[in-house]
Write a protein that binds this ligand. Structure first.
Ligand code: KIV
Length: 263
């Protein structure tokens, strides 16, 4: 069954939603084969696969290239393209045009934009023009320079109230869901209870309606430290490193290729 934004939204209160990032056809097919209903082509690809320090340098062309590859690899999952830094902030018109490119040129099913009430007008325009939108509040990595680091958000009652208002504004604007990143579990649960659209948490506790993680973090691929909210379900960095070291040794010692690999 092909997932749509409406079907994902309808899961609220029925079933917890799993979502995972993917960056190419291979990772998308693995996520799709696991029956995970939604794939986020996150701009985290800047760090996970492109070697940037932050998400800020990621361009529209890079996002389109990777979203196209994900679309080729997934049959059923809802494909959500992350709008990169400065592809929607300058104007509503620019946001509409770039979101349209994700649907027309890269076969995405929806887009994600960072920011709360400040994005309400954009979200409303996108939805009215046929583009399903996932919001994203809390720790928003495209504002890392302004936030001053990757820190838990919404710790004071004033900040918590602001995040609640932002979540409400996103729902009112017509988004089908909202990502809550790095907020106290209690606030994650309060926002989830207050909204009629699903909340997708990443470091926002078990009270959210769903969870999203970064593919390479969940599978332990990078060998670098990961945030506290990540659970590693595999340790691929170790496995891959061991495989590569054995290959090198076997080539050097003439063990590979063996009879069975030879014509
Ligand atoms: O870019 C990304 O992968 C994200 C998720 C971490 C929510 O925005």
């Amino acid at each position: 069954m092909k997932w749509t934004a409406a079907k994902l939204k309808a899961l609220k209160g029925e079933k917890k939603i799993s979502m995972l990032t993917a960056y190419d056809a291979l990772t998308a097919s693995l996520v799709d084969d696991a029956d995970i209903p939604a794939i986020l082509v996150g701009d985290s690809l800047g760090m996970t696969v492109l070697g940037y320090e932050t998400t800020l340098p990621v361009s529209m062309n890079e996002m389109l290239h990777h979203t196209r590859a994900v679309s080729r690899g997934a049959r059923n999952a809802l494909i959500i393209a992350d709008m990169p830094f400065m592809s929607y902030q300058p104007s509503i018109a620019m946001g509409l045009e770039n979101a349209g490119r994700f649907l027309k040129e890269a076969h995405a099913d929806a887009v994600k934009v960072e920011g709360g009430a400040i994005r309400a007008e954009l979200i409303e325009s996108l939805v009215k023009n046929g583009v399903p939108v996932l919001g994203h509040i809390g720790l928003t990595p495209q504002s890392i320079k302004e936030m001053g680091g990757y820190k838990v958000q919404g710790k004071t009652s004033e900040q918590a109230r602001k995040l609640m208002d932002d979540a409400m504004a996103i729902e009112q604007a017509g988004a089908f869901g909202v990502v809550l990143e790095c907020v106290p579990a209690e606030l994650g649960e309060m926002i989830s209870k207050a909204l009629t659209i699903p909340t997708i948490g990443i470091g926002a506790g078990a009270g959210c309606d769903g969870q999203v993680l970064v593919f390479t973090d969940l599978l332990g691929m990078s060998g670098k430290p990961v945030p506290k909210f990540v659970k590693k379900y595999a340790y691929l960095h170790t496995l891959i490193s061991e495989g590569l070291a054995t290959y090198k040794t076997e080539v050097e010692e003439g063990v590979f290729p063996g009879e069975e690999h030879t014509y």
